[in-house]
Design a binder for this molecule. Structure first.
Ligand code: GLA
Ligand code: ZN
Length: 674
């Protein structure tokens, strides 16, 4: 297990490096990540490589038992390169080239830039392949971050036209499948096709009314850009792999998604890695991105950048400092949730540049304060926990399907102002966790059979294959819960001229009747029959009425003009059960519905009550259950365990009741059955 920091020796004079390295040794860490923005140091003039600024740092860290991850610096093409080849610049959705003077100012499709990127990656890999202190390589930095994943330069335009031609063959076929007859947008040949102007990228303004452009063309553009970014990433991977077998990865932005399909992107890399900056002041840390990470890589993931503190901030506002104990807890929580490596961003506050005065582990004056001591304490705990974490793993019985195509389609044509696909998946995830259930977040492509219950939130775009697999899963005994919007569109992002949920009416035993968004004044009360009684709660986001066609209606509208109409159904299909939920539910009501599905699937739950503000991550250590318990509250919290456990950190048994201090954590191992 690796624990450490990002570090920027290229910013520093020797005396400061000496000071910092001594502190790092004291910190008890074993990994440092370096180099991701330092192209101008690695190659100050074209073809002249220089590693003398980095080699001694790596050697000195190595001598102190600290390994290095070396990054390729392609997020920052140097001034000489931009001056020589201004055509490599990124062009945004206003048609404006991003000038030198920031970062990520390049086009990932530009062949000249790809060649330069390949060369610098190869030079770095060749130099460090056999360095015993270099443990792994990171490609670039946060691909597509800061609105750089949807380039509109001439190279991209031509490449997109070719991409469409390869996909559709003829322009007539493209016109047909995209329905370009609408608003008379029919093309005569591929050369007429523009790159869509509007974008689903975070923090990027729409340049014309967002609904103007053809949604099928837009979805293809998202796919094309995601693939292009992956191609760019993989060309660097190939450059590195020509010299070394050491792990190669890149730092994704996790569920703060940069519109790259990470399920696909990381198929070609050795480990899933991402960056995460949860707030550590009062609330809980969401483990949803970690569940997604486990779904992407099916093994331990890496956090190449992890929150380190507060103070000044990059994005126009400051960041709150962690509550005492929260930084230490956050690191241990990440490891418990499946990380094999966590590196805080970053070691010591920068005096200059766009991130001047930003958060770090050590303040600008180089004096260790509480954040330093918390990292030190986490490093100590990690040493104790490593053996048990390395030999235990997740065996979750419930999966939530997360689908990039549905996410993109819903961003291209949103259904309701307050509906956000990622948040909705997270809402379901968190409800399940609150019920003491372990959850994986997976793609539709993943083998479903290993799960007892599968949940598909708003699966708007579905392939025939995905539908077949869902049916097969339920037919052979699985429990499925789909929410509203199931199978509304085909992979061309067209509505299907059939009853909803298209291709799935037999599986769910219903047809969807009327649909509409829910706004505050139209919200309804939903009544759910749990078998033990009726529970009621409000609805939100989207409302569908269900016409039973074999299924049993277990939920109905309890008021409004829809009173009595169906909204939640349960259907037996083969030897399994398929639930359909036609609206968003208030939290307590959603929990009741989830409980029904969990019961049907005989899903095991944490054997003690999990108080509000506490999270339990359950892992298996051989046949024994390991419960990692985190108190995210700023008050002490008692947990009634009801049985004896072994406290891994204390190395002693614990009784039936434990009290966790504010931001405390406990690793409880079930007693061995002999
Ligand atoms: C991102 C980047 C880092 C840094 C942090 C914010 O995650 O990868 O270089 O800018 O944001 O401090
Ligand atoms: Zn481009």
């Amino acid at each position: 297990m690796f624990y450490g920091v990002s570090y920027y020796p290229e910013h520093k004079a020797q005396a400061e490096i000496e000071h910092d390295l001594a502190l790092m040794k004291e910190l008890g860490i074993n990994i440092v990540r370096m180099g991701e923005f330092a192209w101008c140091k690695f190659e100050p003039r074209e073809g002249e490589y220089d590693f003398t600024w980095l080699d001694p740092v790596i050697a000195q860290l190595g001598a102190n038992g600290i390994q290095t991850i070396v990054c390729t610096p392609t997020a920052c093409p140097p001034a000489w390169l931009v001056e020589k080849h201004p055509e490599i610049l990124y062009v945004d959705n206003r048609g404006v080239a991003r000038p030198f003077g920031g970062r990520r100012h390049y086009c990932y499709n530009n062949p000249v830039y790809r060649e330069y990127s390949h060369k610098i990656a190869a030079a770095i890999a060749a130099h460090y392949a056999d360095n015993p202190y270099v443990f792994a390589f990171q490609i670039d930095n946060e691909l597509a971050q800061e609105g750089t994943g949807r380039c509109r330069c001439p190279v991209c335009r031509e490449k997109f036209q070719k991409w469409l031609q390869a996909k559709y063959g003829t322009i007539a076929e493209l016109n047909r499948r995209m329905g370009t007859i609408f608003w008379g947008q029919t093309y005569d040949h591929f050369g007429q096709i523009n790159l869509p102007v509007n974008t689903i990228e975070p923090n990027t303004a729409q340049a014309i009314p967002a609904y103007f452009e053809n949604p099928s063309l837009r979805l293809d553009f998202e796919r094309f850009c995601s693939e292009s970014n992956i191609e760019y990433q993989n060309s660097q991977r190939d450059a590195i792999k020509a010299y070394t077998d050491k792990p190669v990865t890149t730092n994704a932005t996790g569920l703060a998604t940069n519109s790259i399909d990470y399920f696909k992107a990381f198929q070609g890399l050795d480990v899933y890695a991402f960056d995460y900056y949860p707030s550590l002041r009062d609330g809980a840390i969401s483990s949803f991105p970690y569940a997604h990470a486990r779904g992407v890589c099916r093994k331990g993931f890496w956090l190449l950048e992890f929150v380190s503190g507060g103070g000044h901030g990059l994005w126009g506002s400051g960041r709150l400092q962690p509550y005492p104990g929260a930084l230490r807890q956050a690191a241990i929580h990440a490891f418990a949730a499946g990380a094999d490596l966590v590196a805080h961003f970053q070691f010591r506050t920068f005096p200059f540049g766009a991130e001047q005065l930003n958060y770090a582990i050590v303040d600008i004056d180089g004096i260790p304060r509480r954040r330093f001591y918390e990292v030190q304490a986490a490093a100590r705990d990690l040493k104790k926990l490593s053996p048990i974490l390395k030999n235990s793993h997740f065996v979750n019985e419930v999966a939530v399907c997360f689908d990039y195509e549905s996410l993109w389609a819903l961003k291209i044509k949103p259904i309701a102002r307050d509906f956000n696909y990622v948040d909705f998946c997270g809402e379901i995830y968190h409800r399940l966790v609150r019920l003491g259930v372990g959850v994986d977040v997976i793609s539709f492509g993943r083998d479903l059979e290993q799960y007892k219950v599968v949940i598909v939130p708003a699966p708007m775009v579905m392939s025939d294959d995905a539908k077949r697999r869902l049916k097969h899963y339920v037919y052979s005994g699985g429990v499925l819960l789909s929410t509203f919007l199931a199978g509304v569109k085909d992979p061309d992002n067209l509505g299907i001229a059939e009853s909803l949920p298209c291709g799935l009416t037999d599986l769910f035993g219903i047809r969807v009747g009327e649909v509409e968004p829910v706004v505050e004044r139209t919200a309804a009360t939903i009544a759910l029959d749990t078998g033990a009684g009726t529970v009621r709660g409000g609805n939100k986001y989207w409302a569908e009425t269900l016409e039973p066609n074999g299924a049993e209606l277990i939920g109905t509208y309890a008021d409004t003009f829809r009173e009595g109409l169906g909204v939640i159904s349960r259907n037996s299909y083969g030897s399994g059960t398929a639930y359909y939920l036609g609206t968003g539910l208030a939290p307590e009501l959603l929990a009741e519905l989830l409980k029904l599905a969990l019961q049907d699937g005989s899903v095991s739950r944490v054997p003690f009550a999990v108080p509000e503000g506490v999270e339990v991550l359950a892992r298996k250590y051989d046949q024994r259950n390991l419960y990692c318990v985190f108190n995210f509250r700023t008050e002490s919290t008692a947990v009634e365990l009801g049985q004896n456990f072994f406290d891994v950190l204390q190395g002693s048994p614990v009784g039936e009741r434990v009290v966790l201090p504010p931001k405390g954590y406990l690793f409880l191992l079930e007693e061995a059955q002999n």
